[in-house]
Design a protein. Structure first.
Length: 71
């Protein structure tokens, strides 16, 4: 499954010593890993699962908005 181009926010969590990835447009979709690459790979897996579950449950899947702005 080719993933839509949802924005992913990657940050370092110093307390837990991990990289965290959040996908703001997919409610509750996030992942983590010990490296940036691992965290992004885990987030892509989480996105696939989120989209497959939403489709199976008949939940509306949001269109990617492109670059999101945060203060």
């Amino acid at each position: 499954m080719k993933l839509p181009p949802y924005e992913m926010i990657v940050y370092w969590d110093a307390q837990d010593g991990i990289f965290v990835v959040e996908v703001p447009e997919l409610s509750g979709c996030s992942a983590h890993g010990s490296t940036r690459k691992q965290a992004i790979g885990n987030a892509e897996s989480a996105m696939r699962l989120w989209l497959e579950t939403a489709q199976a449950d008949g939940v509306s899947i949001p269109e990617p908005k492109g670059r999101l702005l945060y203060a």
